[in-house]
Design a protein around this ligand. Structure first.
Ligand SMILES: Nc1ncnc2c1ncn2[C@@H]1O[C@H](COP(=O)(O)OP(=O)(O)OP(=O)(O)O)[C@@H](O)[C@H]1O
Length: 780
């Protein structure tokens, strides 16, 4: 609802007044910053002039040190002040265009008058630094803006609840200092503004939703009640958006004790990392740490191991059906995802206390220095009441000692003498200098010669032994691969463990061994492998990370999640996902982490989002029919056209139809269009067919950023991302129940338009889809 002109004018006057203050502050801070910068330059330039360096005796040394400390403290204080001013300036500059986006009037109980509260991306005080002109959206009082409509309202502060009455609630669209839109809103945060935001074209980067956060999203953002928060949200319900706003909130709320380095986001793939990279900077915050599970695992693995990624595993499952070993692989993927497998590994680990750990021998110049048997004997002679990791530590110390002994022996060998003769001049001079420093020379030339020889021998041997010492210190003498492989060799372990294990355990073992033999680590083995490795080496948990967010959490297996939980035992955890988008093989027919059961522990709370904001009502009406219990999904009220289905006769006509669809989308002004395929194999084939017809880019696992335009992409890489318009490449390829969620994920990437194409019969899901939710078009 637009306001009356007088009200509009009053608000515009206020905007101008606030902008005047912002500009004055900018000027003031710039001047101060300039002054401080001058001080810093001056201090750096004259650093040494202002310190009298005198180290002749102890007293003077102490004085010099004190002067140096004072000088560098002064410098760091100035640098800190400069940094703070710089922050302020950045914040003010961001507010110059649009100082706030909302207002509500709140009359606190016991007060005579209502206070006007304006909300923006940061707080702003008046010129006397007394009153708030704008409140940061994360301030406690601002929560009412997202939680209430006019009427009774309250908010929490440190020592209780403040209640009162909300009178006006107003939204603004301010651009370049001018109010472009102004709405008084009722229950939710104005549909008008949300309509405007959502009908915009897709961007290659995600945007902050600070001005239009919905009530249920606000609960996620400000959640503090439990250690773990699980968010089950339908496609497009704003899970990722809320997660990023939550990071900004945590950074504000805990600014004294938490910084961006203490928050870690696990995202589905590197492309997604770049997609969300601008949200926090838009809000004036630094980006949190970001990784993918695959990147994390790679960083922990021995170099010789080649890790299969989740995409490769997925590609295998989708394209290799019917091949030898396929069923065993599928069954292995499922079993290794579960906590039964973790229990089996625990049992196996316990058995290693008495035998079974495999060691890598230590060799030097082609000869065994310490054999695996010697290590085994030593290890298993240690008191077995100590945990394995303690004994590994003792073994490490013993090995270092043995290396010292071996090094001493080595010094006498001929190769050392020969190498010492070949030592280059610089090394020689260095050694000579060191000897002199040690004052080991006396005037007896014969002794001196002998000393020098010994010294050089030690230098040479030490240099050669350095990698060996590193090898020992980093516990690489543990052969994790062979120790893990032994689980599959000793099949009785599973039987003895009395755990439920699959009937085809034998074939799973054969297959696992074959891969390990080639140094390939299957995706389903990766976390179990690291789990065993960590237990052997007794790795300490990560204490630096205070909050972990896992996006697309439905893709994580219970085993993977348990592992991460133990890795960050003191962190808060936010899991966000959608069980309808669980596309990985281990999730077929099983519950994901988001299932109700997993939230029954006390420290876990679950929030569910049912409203979809991404797609038009028509697209949501269609996609919700594709999944079980889809009727619970609500569409945000944004009109569009119904999805279309185009059946073609062959590949050539499919390509022609796709090109014509893309051109049609482009003529409507849609810049980001994706042709979504089922697999990478299909993506490559589609790209081959289409790239001569139309400018198009292919997205692969190696694509780390994506640009506007037409792209062809496999569904699993399009997860979490959105496009103005989507062409589903060939629906006839989706023929199995297990592919339902992949099909749903692909279709829900579309914001404004969706076209489903097929060669011949449009496949299982289109045959089941309600015919009034889409339009079947004739091929043209
Ligand atoms: N409150 C909001 N205000 C404005 N836009 C919103 C809001 N909530 C969600 N959106 C928009 O809806 C789209 C989908 O949001 P987002 O990607 O966060 O959803 P998601 O639940 O993570 O989706 P998916 O699971 O399908 O990947 C984005 O364009 C986002 O900007």
């Amino acid at each position: 609802m637009a306001e009356n002109p007088l009200e509009w004018q009053n608000e515009q006057n206020r905007v101008e007044e606030v902008l005047r203050i912002i500009k004055n502050k900018i000027k003031k801070y710039e001047k101060q910053a300039g002054g401080i910068k001058g001080d810093i330059v001056e201090l750096r330039k004259n650093f040494w002039d202002d310190v009298t360096v005198n180290v002749d005796n102890a007293k003077e040394r102490v004085e010099t040190e004190a002067a140096l400390r004072q000088q560098s403290e002064l410098l760091s204080e100035r640098e800190r002040s400069h940094g703070q001013l710089d922050e302020q300036l950045k914040k003010l500059t961001r507010m110059k265009d649009s100082p706030y986006f909302g207002r509500f009037d709140f009359q606190e109980e016991g007060e005579k008058e209502a206070e006007k509260i304006y909300i923006g991306i940061a707080s702003l005080m008046d010129e006397n630094e007394e009153d708030f002109l704008v409140y940061d959206w994360r301030a406690p009082i601002s929560s009412m803006y997202y939680d209430y409509s006019p009427g009774p309202a309250q908010y929490e502060v440190m020592d209780g609840t403040i209640s009162g009455e909300m009178e006006v609630k107003r939204q603004f669209i301010i651009r370049n200092g001018t109010i472009k839109g102004m709405f008084d809103t009722g229950i939710t945060i104005g549909d008008e503004l949300l309509q405007e935001v959502l009908s915009n074209a897709a961007s290659t980067k995600m945007n902050s939703i600070v001005a239009t956060i919905q009530k249920e999203q606000n609960q996620i953002i400000r959640h503090e009640k439990s250690k773990t928060l699980i968010v089950q949200g339908v496609a497009g319900s704003g899970k990722t958006s809320a997660a990023l706003q939550r990071v900004a909130y945590l950074l504000y709320r805990y600014r004294q004790i938490m910084s961006a380095d203490n928050i870690l986001l696990f995202s589905p793939n590197p492309l997604f990392n770049s997609y969300v990279a601008t949200v926090l900077p838009q809000l004036g915050e630094e980006n949190m740490m970001q990784t993918t599970l695959q990147q994390y695992i790679e960083s922990q693995l021995e170099q010789r191991m080649e890790l299969e990624g989740p995409a490769e595993q997925m590609e295998y499952i989708l394209t290799e059906r019917g091949q030898q070993g396929y069923e065993a692989r599928r069954s292995g993927i499922k079993f290794k995802a579960g906590l039964e497998y973790k229990a089996l590994l625990d049992h196996y680990f316990d058995s290693l206390s008495n035998s079974g750990i495999v060691f890598n021998e230590l060799t030097f110049r082609g000869e065994t220095l310490i054999s695996t048997e010697e290590m085994e004997d030593y290890f298993y002679s240690l008191d077995d009441s100590y945990p394995i990791s303690n004994r590994i530590d003792q073994l490490k110390d013993w090995l270092l000692e043995m290396l010292n002994k071996a090094a001493k022996q080595e010094r006498k060998k001929d190769w050392v003498a020969m190498e010492s003769e070949l030592l280059d001049k610089e090394d020689y001079l260095n050694a000579y200098k060191k000897l002199q420093e040690k004052q080991s020379f006396n005037e007896d030339t014969f002794d001196d010669f002998e000393r020098e020889e010994k010294f050089l021998a030690r230098l040479i041997v030490n240099r050669h032994f350095k990698p060996l010492r590193r090898f020992v210190k980093t516990l690489r003498f543990l052969d994790v691969k062979e120790t893990y492989a032994n689980l599959f060799k000793n099949r009785h372990v599973a039987e003895e463990a009395n755990k439920l294990f699959p009937e085809d355990w034998g074939s799973i073992c054969d297959q696992s061994l074959k891969a390990l033999d080639q140094n390939i680590l299957y995706w389903e083995d990766a976390i179990p492998y690291l789990y065993l490795k960590d237990q052997l080496s007794g790795r300490t948990p990560n204490l630096n990370i205070r909050h972990v967010l896992i996006d697309e959490a439905q893709d994580y297996s219970p085993f993977q999640f348990e592992y991460l939980k133990n890795l960050f035992p003191y962190s808060g955890v936010t899991l966000l996902g959608d069980f309808n988008q669980a596309i990985y093989a281990h999730t077929f027919g099983t519950k994901t982490l988001l299932a109700k059961e997993s939230s029954e522990e006390e420290s876990v709370e679950k929030i569910s989002l049912k409203r979809s904001y991404r797609s038009t009502r028509e697209i949501v009406e269609f996609t919700k029919g594709l999944i079980e219990n889809g009727e619970e999904i609500e569409a945000f009220n944004r009109e569009g056209t119904k999805p279309v289905l185009i059946e073609t006769n062959d590949r050539a006509s499919l390509n022609t139809a796709i090109v014509s669809r893309i051109k049609d989308f482009q003529s409507k002004g849609y810049e980001s269009v994706a042709v979504i395929c089922k697999t990478m194999k299909e993506t490559k084939a589609a790209f081959q067919d289409l790239h001569n017809e139309i400018p198009i880019k292919m997205i692969t696992e190696e694509t780390y950023t994506f640009e506007k335009g037409v792209t062809v992409i496999p569904a699993y890489l399009a997860k979490g991302i959105e496009f103005d318009a989507v062409v589903l490449y060939d629906a006839s390829q989706y023929s199995r129940e297990s592919e339902r969620k992949l099909f749903y994920t692909a279709c829900t990437r579309a914001m404004h338009e969706l076209a489903i194409l097929s060669i011949g019969d449009p496949g299982l899901f289109m045959n089941e889809a309600q015919s009034d939710t889409y339009i079947a078009l004739e091929e043209n």
